[in-house]
Design a protein around this ligand. Structure first.
Ligand code: C5P
Length: 216
């Protein structure tokens, strides 16, 4: 039985849904590292910080406390922000914030410690490359940009957030570009990872596939 599972991939590939369902089925901890970057982004937006002011960003990070609950709720300095971290404004700002080395350094140890605290399914962009390079199983989950945008658009619509599909697609392409081209921990397929293209697979099929690999 594999104990540390790393799932990486671009925006909207279905990582969160797959990783949380897989973790629930295995009785493992689910670690959503994207939620942590989103919480830091929300914090900086609320503070009105110019993220080019790296010294200020670094100083303010001392004030940030993030908690992820077992059910996937997110708390920033004791206040629940589960919904607030998934708005189009955070979508737009998160990749530039996640490209800052101060922010990555701040979250790296927290993510690693959390993922190693017990058997876990951890998802993000640099899990198999940086956070858990020795993970027992590494998955790179992807799908075509149009399918990813459509899924994200439907998700936002279900949450009552009306937004143009084309804007969602543009945001996904921009985030992919920034995430893949940054100097710190860029998004790439980790060495030894298994590639799963979920374009034409259901969520259940992807979960089943990874579940069987974990148990092998
Ligand atoms: O997974 P999610 O789409 O919520 O992640 C939001 C953003 O956080 C990503 O677009 C990326 O910029 C950043 N991120 C990251 N490294 C991770 C997880 C997320 O840079 N491990």
């Amino acid at each position: 039985m594999k104990k540390t599972i790393a799932i990486d991939g671009p925006a909207g590939a279905g990582k969160s849904t797959v990783a949380s369902e897989l973790a629930a089925r295995l009785g493992y901890l689910y670690v959503d590292t994207g939620a942590m970057y989103r919480a830091v982004t929300l914090f900086l937006i609320l503070k009105g910080v110019d993220i080019q002011n790296r010294k200020l960003v670094q100083e303010l990070l001392d004030e940030v406390e993030i908690e992820l609950t077992e059910e996937g709720r997110v708390f920033l300095n004791g206040k629940e922000v589960t919904r607030e971290i998934r708005t189009p404004l955070v979508d737009q700002m998160v990749s530039p914030v996640a490209a800052l080395k101060e922010v990555r350094r701040f979250l790296r140890t927290k993510q690693r410690n959390l993922a190693l605290s017990r058997p876990s399914v951890t998802e993000g962009r640099d899990i198999g490359t940086v956070i858990l390079p020795d993970a027992d199983l590494k998955i790179f989950l992807t799908a075509s940009p149009e399918i990813r945008a459509r899924r994200r658009w439907l998700q936002l619509k279900e949450r009552g957030q009306k937004i143009d599909y084309k804007l969602v697609l543009r945001n996904i392409l921009e985030r992919d570009y920034i995430d893949s081209n940054r100097s710190e921990a860029p998004l790439k397929m980790p060495e030894g990872a298994l590639l799963i293209d979920s374009s034409f697979l259901s969520k259940e099929q992807v979960v089943d596939l990874i579940y069987n690999l974990v148990r092998q």
